[in-house]
Design a protein around this ligand. Sequence first.
Ligand SMILES: Cc1cc2nc3c(=O)[nH]c(=O)nc-3n(C[C@H](O)[C@H](O)[C@H](O)COP(=O)(O)OP(=O)(O)OC[C@H]3O[C@@H](n4cnc5c(N)ncnc54)[C@H](O)[C@@H]3O)c2cc1C
Length: 312
Amino acid sequence: MAEKIKCLIIGSGPAGYTAAIYAARADMKPVMYTGMQMGGQLTTTTEVDNFPGYPKGTDGTAMMEDLKSQAERFGTDVRFGMVTKVEFSDKEGGVHKVTVDESTEIEAQTVIISTGATAKYLGLESEQRLIGGGVSACATCDGFFYKGQEVVVVGAGDTAAEEATYLANICSKVTMLVRKDHMRASKAMQHRVNKTENITVMYNTEIDEVLGENVVEGVRAVNNETGEKTEIPVTGVFVAIGHKPNTELFKGVLDMDETGYLITKGKSTKTNLPGVFAAGDVQDKEYRQAVTAAGTGCMAALDAERYLGALA
Ligand SMILES: Cc1cc2nc3c(=O)[nH]c(=O)nc-3n(C[C@H](O)[C@H](O)[C@H](O)COP(=O)(O)OP(=O)(O)OC[C@H]3O[C@@H](n4cnc5c(N)ncnc54)[C@H](O)[C@@H]3O)c2cc1C
């Protein structure tokens, strides 16, 4: 027998927990499945300095524990488990069937999807070891820690160009490593990069190794045409080669853009199916911040509450 609930929240990042706080306080008795990464992406970082309410900054894992406690205080049922199958209804007031860990069946009147996105990395052993020790996938989050220092940005698209120009305002020097002989970024973004004095672009260049034991001390770059290797002394390595939204489960079910991000309607969190809402990085490739994820989590719970209210 499937368990029948009012509100199911998939994912336990800032979007999911904020949705849970609002849904629980609106008496929707939300059930949350956390996925494999309880607390979401922020549990992979030590310092979070830009989330409002923490004047001294906080640790990512500690912050997510705070959000979990707050959601549970109002009665959110937080469960460890992975949603493995969805059968969403396309009818107003229809029941959405969801399977957890390939066995538990849930029937929910509303579903809030907050499965986030995963930053892509190069996959080098040295890079993986130094994530949090100078390797980052988010200039907006971590750039401040490299004030007045020299950093590299890896990537050739709009995000990489944007991260490079953002960092150029904070850091003394930014070296952009571009794998091909040209950038993929828009002409306008390339122009911004080229006219920024403290950005140097190295084309046909890839990272061979990130140097340093516990913290980044530099990178060894290799020219993929000549094979020539250069050591660049830097304290920060910003990998900007894209993100992958966690939306495999919803392929062919929910509308998504060409890169797999869920599409929401106008300024709401409504997906193309009634009673199914999306919040956080899973529907946002622009801002990708904890506070914006939390903001849309709040919106999703309010949208779900209004949806249920209109059915009554
Ligand atoms: C290293 C790092 C440092 C960062 N630093 C900052 C910072 O300082 N400040 C800032 O504002 N932002 C920072 N960010 C960005 C921030 O972490 C994200 O914007 C934010 O976490 C997005 O929240 P979310 O709730 O959308 O999803 P996520 O945090 O990505 O969480 C997604 C959740 O969905 C779950 N999930 C996925 N699939 C399933 C499934 N099938 N079933 C059930 N659950 C599922 C996962 O287990 C996870 O709990 C950082 C990101 C990284 C990677």
